[in-house]
Ligand binder design. Structure first.
Ligand code: SAM
Length: 263
């Protein structure tokens, strides 16, 4: 008999393309987590709540203008007929910017008893404002660009949160070292062969000296973050004196503005 998972995550998704969500969530890490009972993804077809034989879920905007708007009726009916886990979050460009911190919040809430969360995918020009005002608990954006629908955004949220749930990753240690875990990007990774097309892997990684490998990786993570995402260094309150010493030791000769140096 398989032991019941310590904590499981329930995610309900409302969409006019349920197969797109269900299909994606059947592969890889997500698929395995579903099979193991660590995550349950229930997908609700908004069209099943349409009130006409053509299963219409959209209509023209009052006041005129381009495109169509998702009707409030089928969305309210779909949500109210199944009591989905809260918060119910609408995917939309006007929402809170989704990031690793928010993924962590949703995973922690689920692990500590909320059970999970739900996602509502917009389409066309979006949803009737009364859905925003009276049904959902918040809005989430995955970036400053406009998608054709909320499904791709919902999948990004589902995957980012699920991999943080206890037991989902084969090796939970990879969560500790990966990008954003400590306000830094991850160090560069290499695998076989040790020389590929004349490009060799850094010697230290072949040395077998775990202490040296750890120092090299830490220095690389800091230098890479300074290079491509200095905003992350500032957001974590700068570098500690030890971190500054470490990157100098590994040859970092660039200027470090005051906001990158910690207290
Ligand atoms: N008319 C809307 C606007 O200008 O803000 C854009 C609607 S968009 C074409 C259709 C749907 O895609 C939205 O309702 C939302 O669910 C989803 N969507 C688009 N961009 C998104 C983003 N950056 N993050 C999350 N969802 C997004």
């Amino acid at each position: 008999m398989t032991a019941a998972p310590e904590s499981s995550l329930q995610i309900d998704v409302f969409s006019i393309f349920p197969e797109a969500i269900d299909g994606f969530c059947s592969y890889g890490l997500l698929g395995k987590a579903r099979e193991a009972g660590l995550v349950t993804v229930r997908v609700h077809d908004l069209r099943s709540q349409a009130g006409d034989p053509r299963r219409s879920v959209d209509d023209a905007p009052f006041g005129g203008g381009a495109g169509m708007v998702l009707l409030p009726g089928p969305i309210f009916d779909a949500v109210e007929s199944c009591s989905p886990p809260r918060p119910l979050l609408l995917l939309g460009p006007a929402g809170r910017l989704f990031n690793q911190e928010m993924a962590r919040e949703l995973a922690e809430q689920a692990a500590s008893g909320s059970g999970g969360f739900s996602l509502l995918c917009g389409r066309y020009e979006g949803v009737d404002q009364r859905v925003v005002d009276h049904l959902v608990d918040g809005e989430v954006s995955i970036g400053d660009y406009v998608l054709a629908g909320g499904e791709a955004a919902a999948l990004a949220v589902i995957e980012a949160v699920t991999r943080l749930m206890p037991g989902v990753m084969g090796n939970d240690a990879s969560l500790v070292e990966e990008s954003f875990a400590d306000g830094l990007l991850e160090y560069p990774q290499y695998t076989r062969p040790s020389v590929f097309r004349g490009w060799a892997v850094p010697d230290v990684l072949l040395s077998g000296d775990h202490g040296k490998v750890a120092c090299w990786r830490r220095a690389q993570a800091i230098m890479r973050t300074i290079e491509v995402r200095p905003d992350l260094i500032e957001a974590r309150g700068g570098l500690s004196p030890d971190e500054v010493r470490l990157i100098r030791q590994y040859g970092y000769a660039g200027d470090l503005p005051p906001q990158m140096q910690g207290p």
